[in-house]
Write a protein that binds this ligand. Structure first.
Ligand SMILES: Cc1ncc(C[n+]2csc(CCOP(=O)(O)OP(=O)(O)O)c2C)c(N)n1
Ligand SMILES: [Mg+2]
Length: 544
């Protein structure tokens, strides 16, 4: 069989449904082999878009999303999305074509050492130097990328290898099962929790990757321990149904939830990735007792000294600790939740224009069903979404907070709709992040993938302005102008809406969600709220 045919068969063997990418001259054989496969190729308009699609697909499904580019510039264009998946711990396999092995040793047209280049943004990077190793390399790429902590893998496929003959063979696509936590560690953690005065849980995205949200909710409920989540773990406990939910922790400044960490004597970190939120921000004093419940040993950090590590299947660890630990009263941190809930609702009737961030989020939450998916881009809007967007179901508020790259929302929304065709999907984005990958709207239109894109329009790099004003009291080079987003939408054959008064936002969102095409809403935002939030938090007296 031809090597490229075997390669595609090996991808099928891994259950690959989609490949996102752009064909090139050095992957002609793979592209041709794909014609005889049931794998659907989604031709994108930029390799970065393809990589972000694979990233979000991987994050939502737990199965590696696959993206493909050609050698040289195609591969370098993939890098940002691959790095994003790797640092956000989303399973992804990236594939790039390469020149023939006869010219890799010298200065040669479009040739870069891709295996080397991708090594620093992946868990595994390999070059196919002979066709016989295709089954092993493909299996290893998927196994490594899908195993904790999941992340990216890369395969470089030289064109002369792709056209060689090879014997057909496969390796079964089995994933390792996480081990049971050792009983002594479970008992130690349970004792510390039982003896604690004011325990608090910090839940991270690892809980979602382990699909342990039900066990976390029960753990918090049965032991009556309040739970804060990182941005990427939004929805890990149902906010409305769990009165112990304190909302998201991760604002670089003080927030209500910080008072909970200040008050706590024992901090129970579950599936927590340090990449999201530096321990020094929630544990500056270095004197609290930390319990680490995860599949992997704790990262070393001066502010993260673990008193009891419980390693193994998170679901089992939570169930077993909950069974033997003594419950608390659950009252100590109620005030934090109350303060946050008040903030969430404070602007629900604010008809000031431009629209405040709080009001945009209120209307968005009202328009969307709880199972629908919002994907945030990166900027000031992400801070507001993380803090204020109420999330009841895991994996319904996708936020990149490891690599935190702008430009993820539009391609990410396309992938989310492919992963969950039965749900509505909204890309929530800044005006800058939107234009970084808006070319992918053409893909959504061509492939009939309906999504809503909600642009927070401030004609600026709002988050950077926020930080500059905080630090220096003046802004530096953050303003820009925007195209007419309604006309821009229409140029793609999509629908465009401009919010001209705040009353129009909710009905426009509802209409756009029913449009069954790509709909773009240009919503002017009042970012004077940013500094007001900083001031309010700076002056905050802890409500507990
Ligand atoms: C690819 C990339 N470039 C730069 C940054 C740094 N950065 C973070 S937020 C931001 C501004 C985002 O502006 P916009 O998309 O308009 O969102 P806003 O902050 O205005 O809500 C910048 C430049 C980044 N995170 N990713
Ligand atoms: Mg902006």
């Amino acid at each position: 069989m031809k090597a490229s045919d075997l390669f595609v068969k090996c991808l099928e063997n891994e259950g690959v449904e989609y490949i996102f990418g752009i064909p090139g001259e050095e992957n002609l054989d793979v592209m041709d082999s794909l014609l005889d496969s049931k794998i659907r190729f989604i031709t994108t308009r930029h390799e970065q878009g393809a990589a972000f699609m694979a990233d979000v697909y991987g994050r939502l499904t737990g199965k590696a999303g696959v993206c493909l580019g050609t050698l040289g510039p195609g591969a370098t264009n993939l890098i940002t999305g691959v790095a994003d998946a790797n640092m956000d711990h989303a399973p992804l396999v990236a594939i790039a074509g390469q020149a023939s092995t006869h010219r890799l040793h010298k200065e040669s047209h479009q040739v870069l050492d891709l295996e080397e280049m991708f090594r620093s943004v992946t868990k595994y990077s390999a070059r196919l130097l002979t066709p016989d190793i295709i089954p092993e390399v493909v299996r290893k790429a998927f196994k490594v990328s899908q195993t904790e902590k999941s992340g990216a893998a890369f395969i470089e496929f030289p064109e002369n290898i792709a056209e060689m003959d090879v014997e057909e063979s496969y390796i079964p696509a089995k994933q390792p099962v996480p081990p049971e936590p050792p009983e002594v560690r479970v008992e130690l953690a349970a004792k510390i929790i039982s003896d604690a005065k004011h325990p608090i849980i910090l839940a991270g995205n690892g809980v979602i990757r382990a699909k342990a949200w039900k066990q976390l909710h029960e753990f918090s409920q049965s032991l009556k321990i309040p739970v804060a989540n990182t941005f990427m773990a939004k929805g890990v406990v149902p906010f409305a149904k769990n009165p112990l939910a304190l909302g998201s922790a991760g604002l670089q400044a003080k927030d209500y939830v910080s008072c909970g960490f200040d008050r706590a004597d024992v901090i129970i970190c579950v599936g927590y990735d340090l990449v999201e939120y530096h321990p020094y921000l929630w544990h500056p004093t270095k004197d609290r007792t930390i319990i680490h419940i995860d599949a992997m040993p704790a990262e070393v950090d001066a502010h993260y000294e673990v008193a009891a590590g419980v390693l193994g299947d998170i679901k089992h660890s939570l169930l077993r600790i909950a069974k033997i630990a003594t419950p608390h009263t659950g009252n100590a941190m109620r005030g934090l939740r109350k303060a946050l809930v008040e903030d969430m609702g404070m602007h629900k009737e604010n008809l000031g224009f431009p629209v405040t961030p709080q009001k945009i989020i209120w209307d968005l939450r009202t328009a969307m069903e709880l199972e629908d998916i919002a994907i945030s881009d990166v900027g000031a809007h992400k801070m507001w979404m993380s803090r204020m967007f109420r999330c009841e179901v895991p994996n319904t508020c996708i936020i990149s907070n490891g690599f935190a790259s702008m430009g993820i929302a539009v391609p990410g929304a396309i992938a989310a709709k492919l992963a969950h065709p039965d749900r509505k999907v909204v890309a929530v984005t800044g005006d800058a992040g939107f234009l970084m990958n808006s070319q992918e709207i053409e893909v959504a239109m061509r492939e009939n993938i309906p999504i809503v894109i909600l642009i927070w329009n401030d004609s600026a790099y709002g988050l950077i302005e926020w930080k500059q004003m905080n630090q220096f009291g003046r802004k530096s080079n953050i303003d820009f102008t925007n195209p007419d987003f309604v006309k821009y939408a229409e140029a793609f054959g999509a629908k465009g809406y401009r919010i001209e008064k705040t009353e129009d936002l909710l009905p426009t969102l509802k209409k756009a969600l029913e449009d069954n095409t790509v709909s773009i809403i240009d919503c002017p935002v009042d970012y004077s709220e940013n500094l007001k939030l900083t001031e309010k938090m700076g002056e905050m007296v802890c409500p507990i």
